[in-house]
Design a protein around this ligand. Structure first.
Ligand code: NAP
Length: 365
């Protein structure tokens, strides 16, 4: 059922007991928790003697015990919660219809940190918004869904950041320059694409150093490196792009106008640079790998690892040992999400709250 579109699935209350049910429902939809007091629930059931008791006790006791057990699970599962006390089904339906929905489009999306960050921010500001995930292997129908469902916006992630472009009505100049979007805003039916990855990275970097005029070694030539390279060039840095596959470093350098490029055998350039950015996947998971030998790190070098999981990558640990100023990958994630939040809602993002949710989700303090 969870895979089908345009249906309302009125689940039994026990659906939350099995976590797998909720992840299935969340893969493609909005989970709404309708609440009411036990008195109201009993009234609604009426004299239904055929209703089985889960605990072998009276309906009231049965309901109180079961609700107490399930309350935390409902809370965790719900994208939005609506108090149905003294409301007609029509009134409840209207409240659900008024929620402005934003979604994450990608494949996979299950482990994304975006839903907890955005939803916590909506809640903190009392906004009638909800953020859900839409797992999509094909971008075209996923974008068509934004229009037909009247979603307010979407975050776009791997593998759709480039392919999404051709289905949008307008592209913001920064996203156009990068050739990729990570954000879509639905402005009364007009879909506008933005890219907040590069600007998020610059904001994270600027917390520690001003990149203007500095010598920067950027390692990587994938999607994230592309957005960061374009944003760095706007800051007039002296940019060197290095990548395992040298040809891709060259291609990216030509595209953004970088000063130098090469494969990883030019890593010694790090020793004479001001800023080092790792924009590769190396360092993810607990494998503890790093590309840059510690000998090239020095204490005037700001080290920014965009890998955010784990928060403490080996590169970050080794940089700290050398006394380098460091920039964590989760800061980029935070600032790109904050900018998305503002584009979706028109409100400045509650940064501190979003960061604490993010750091907690990453298992850190
Ligand atoms: P991508 O497009 O797949 O690019 C991967 C890059 O990593 C390529 O340059 C690739 O080099 C390089 N690479 C992979 N394995 C390598 C290895 N063993 N040794 C050396 N280089 C290797 O990925 P992406 O979307 O750019 O993402 C890159 C990383 O950034 C991911 O860890 C992602 O989670 C992170 N990220 C963080 C944020 C944030 O907000 N903090 C945002 C976006 C992405 P080749 O070209 O030679 O294959």
């Amino acid at each position: 059922m969870a895979k089908r579109d345009n249906i309302i699935n009125a689940t039994g209350g026990g659906v939350v007991v099995r976590g797998q049910n909720i992840s299935r429902l969340k893969q493609n939809g909005l989970v709404v928790w309708l609440t009411a007091s036990v008195d109201t629930l009993l009234q609604r059931i009426g004299e239904d003697e055929g209703r089985p008791s889960l605990t072998g006790k009276t309906h009231r006791e049965d309901m109180e015990i079961t609700l107490a057990e399930r309350q935390p699970l409902y809370q965790k599962a719900a994208d939005i919660t609506i108090d149905t006390e003294n409301k007609t089904p029509q009134a409840v339906a209207e409240l659900i219809a008024k929620v402005k929905i934003c979604c994450l489009i990608g494949d996979p999306v299950e482990h994304s940190l975006s839903p907890p960050i955005h939803n916590a921010a909506y809640k903190a500001l009392g906004l009638n918004f909800a953020y859900i995930t839409r797992r999509a292997s094909d971008i075209e129908p996923a974008i068509a869904d934004i229009r037909t469902n009247g979603f307010r916006g979407a975050s776009v992630t791997t593998p759709h950041k480039v392919s999404a472009l051709k289905y949008l009505d307008r592209i913001d100049p920064t996203a156009r320059k990068i050739g990729a979007v990570n954000t879509i805003v639905n402005d009364n039916g007009v879909l506008i694409g933005y890219n907040t990855d590069g600007t998020g990275a610059i904001k994270a970097l600027e917390e520690t150093t001003n990149p203007g005029g500095k010598k920067v070694v950027l390692i990587g030539a994938g999607g994230a490196a592309l957005a960061i390279a374009a944003a760095l060039k706007e800051k007039n840095v002296n940019l060197i792009i290095l990548n395992r596959t040298g040809a891709k470093a060259k291609e990216l350098a030509k595209k953004v106008g970088a000063e130098d490029y090469g494969s990883l055998d030019k890593l010694e350039l790090v020793a004479k640079s001001d800023i080092l950015i790792n924009a590769t996947t190396v360092g993810m998971t607990e494998s503890g790998e790093t590309i840059v030998p510690q000998a090239f790190l020095h204490k005037r070098l700001t080290v920014f690892d965009i890998v955010y999981n784990p928060k403490e990558t080996r590169l970050i640990t080794e940089a700290r040992e050398k006394g380098c100023p460091i920039v964590y990958g989760h800061k980029m994630l935070l600032y790109q999400a904050a900018q998305q939040f503002q584009l979706f809602t028109g409100h400045p993002a509650p940064l501190e709250l979003m960061e604490s949710v993010l750091v907690k989700a990453l298992g850190g303090g």
